[in-house]
Design a protein. Structure first.
Lengths: 305, 313
């Protein structure tokens, strides 16, 4: 992020004198104080959860939350066991990884055709995909739910024997919803790739598969990395489809398992804190390690005007 | 970020589409098969999982059906479901009102505040990375989890807010307060999201524009409103559409709190209750879903026409 800031600001370095003057002005100080306080306020709910997750319930109920002491890691152990986090994290993994891979692959396919071949309907196609990503999920729920209950799956694919209550069903619905955004972003990225490279490849007799797998996909690696980061977070965070399309509690991914944890966790706030921190941990790690990718993925889709 | 074609690349690539327009590439044999498959498979998935259900929702909204039994048990009853929604369904108007409040609140506070923060952060502050991280952090959390985290502040007995205010309010449970409590939590995330989108847009504004305004003697505020804001038109529209869609889609946080009851009714939760609840009222739920669909399609059309116009340029 910061590298981009300096890169897009050639005038910044040009006038160090005005910069020094500006930094000392009272307005500038007010600005810093305001932004710093706001930033701390923004972090507060998470920090509060983090702090209380390490505190003993009996200690805090005796001394109140505005106290110090009673530190423990017990809450994490209990939250993990009571929430059956091992199973739910595994479910999230089973759903998220294939969904992200499939989304990116299918979106790349569509984006490649839209960007490389001037089909007359490419805008229509892109519109169809992008709009699908923006529709409210609830508007599609009823027919989809009903169809999922009817469509049979062999038992080795789903122990319910149906698309409802199966990982497959959930993966597919996530892919269908997310590929729109990805196709849109990737097609813009691919349009910006040097055209001559493809012409040269074509002259050399490279067919569509070579152009796609050997040239386009490797060149799109930065965009794919950014989108993968974003999609992992979104699908991990996905709540609605898993809540309605999964019937047995043991199959819920971690985010939707929150539904069932409410009763257990809302009575012991330190347990609730620990549980929340654990569930937030994967996305927080992604956030801190891959923040650049994440931001790039989000803004790729919006800023191309 | 610098190696990704966000805004600078968009500027650089501008002449390319014009050059390409109208040119057709000759495709033959196996290549044609590949291309067709590459488009057809994802398209079928999106049609089958999104558009066919969307149309089916509209069709079913004219029916009475318990959902049990085959398609031949469907009774077609015309617009009766809609009549019932509007005249004979007490939660509908509260839900509609809550969705509207959601929209107005998100727009007036978190959206404008997010834009404000973006404008502040665009001014080469030191520690800007820390600030961005702080505002951006809630964006990666799911709204369901945000509902959980804010419960620590909102709880009647152990929550921090009651401790500080010396009150005994059940912020999530009391129907006088709970919508606002939820909105603050949701706004916490939304402001960060808007800040991010807007900041990226601001970084794409040609610096010479602002320099020119400064040379002409315009104040910074003036320069923002009369130079930067008009240039940012596409981003402004995207921000508005994102806000509208988010308020219409709002679901996770209220569902995790109380399944959208007792002051937290939303259209999305009503639809869901009519399908997965005990009483499965397919036609009636579809009428509600169709209302959502129509509202969202209006804004999606605005969004797409904005984006596609940028595309063609």
């Amino acid at each position: 992020m910061s590298s981009a800031t300096t890169a897009t600001r050639p005038q910044a370095a040009a006038s160090t004198t005005t910069r020094a003057r500006r930094r000392r002005s009272p307005a500038r100080i007010v600005l810093y104080v305001f932004v710093t306080l706001t930033a701390l306020a923004w972090l507060f709910p998470v920090l509060w959860a983090l702090l209380n997750s390490f505190r003993d319930y009996h200690y805090t109920s005796l001394h109140g939350y505005v106290s110090l002491g009673g530190f423990t890691v017990e809450n994490y152990v209990h939250a993990w066991q009571q929430g059956e986090f091992t199973r739910h994290f595994l479910n999230s993994l089973i759903i998220t990884v294939p969904a992200v891979l499939l989304t990116l692959f299918l979106a790349s396919c569509v984006a490649f055709v839209v960007a490389r071949y001037s089909f007359r309907f490419n805008l229509l196609l892109l519109g169809l995909f992008t709009a699908a990503n923006l529709l409210p999920q609830q508007a599609l729920l009823i027919p989809l739910f009903r169809a999922y209950r009817e469509i049979p799956l062999p038992l080795w694919m789903s122990d319910s024997g149906r698309l409802l209550d199966s990982y497959w069903g959930l993966i597919l619905v996530n892919v269908a919803f997310q590929s729109g955004f990805c196709a849109f972003v990737l097609s813009n990225y691919m349009k910006a790739l040097p055209h001559e490279m493809f012409e040269a490849a074509r002259v050399d007799g490279a067919g569509v598969p070579t152009q796609f797998f050997r040239i386009t996909l490797p060149l799109c690696r930065p965009a794919l990395a950014a989108l993968a980061t974003l999609q992992v977070t979104w699908i991990y965070n996905e709540f609605f489809w898993a809540t309605v399309l999964m019937q047995s509690g043991s199959k819920f991914p971690i985010t939707s398992s929150l539904n069932n944890l409410r009763g257990q966790f809302f009575t012991d706030y330190n347990l609730l804190s620990a549980g929340s921190i654990v569930i937030a941990l994967p996305v927080l790690i992604v956030f801190f390690v891959l923040q650049k990718q994440f931001v790039a993925g989000l803004t790729l889709g919006s800023t191309k005007g | 970020m610098s190696d990704l074609p966000t805004v600078p690349a968009a500027r650089a690539k501008a002449p390319a589409p014009r050059r390409r327009r109208g040119r057709r590439v000759q495709v033959t044999g196996t290549d044609r098969v590949f291309l067709v498959l590459m488009v057809a498979i994802p398209t079928l998935l999106v049609l089958g999982w999104v558009w066919v259900p969307a149309i089916a929702s509209v069709v079913l909204s004219f029916a009475r059906w318990s959902g049990v039994g085959g398609l031949d048990t469907i009774h077609w009853i015309g617009a009766e479901n809609y009549k019932n929604v509007f005249t004979n369904y007490p939660p509908f108007y509260p839900a509609l009102r809550h969705n509207l409040i959601w929209l107005v609140f998100l727009f007036v506070l978190p959206t404008l505040f997010g834009i404000f923060l973006a404008v502040l952060l665009d001014r080469e502050l030191r520690f800007t990375r820390f600030y961005q991280t702080a505002f951006f952090l809630p964006v990666v959390l799911s709204l369901a989890l945000i509902g959980f985290i804010w419960q620590l502040l909102y709880s009647r007995d152990q929550g921090l807010l009651n401790g500080v205010l010396n009150t005994q309010i059940d912020w999530y449970g009391d129907s006088r307060w709970n919508l606002w409590a939820v909105l603050v939590a949701a706004g916490w995330k939304h402001a960060g999201y808007i800040m991010l989108l807007y900041l990226a847009g601001l970084k794409g504004v040609d610096p010479s524009l602002r320099e020119a305004a400064a040379v002409d003697g315009a104040s910074q505020v003036r320069a923002f409103f009369s130079v930067v804001l008009p240039v940012m038109r596409p981003i402004n529209i995207i921000v508005i559409v994102v806000t509208v869609i988010e308020s219409l889609r709002a679901f996770d946080i209220v569902w995790v709190i109380n399944k959208g009851t007792n002051g937290l009714e939303l259209i999305s939760t009503l639809v869901t209750q009519n399908v997965v609840g005990e009483a499965s009222r397919i036609g009636f739920g579809s009428a509600l879903a169709t209302i959502m669909l129509v509202i969202s399609l209006v804004f999606i059309t605005i969004f797409l026409s904005t984006v596609m116009r940028g595309e063609r340029r």
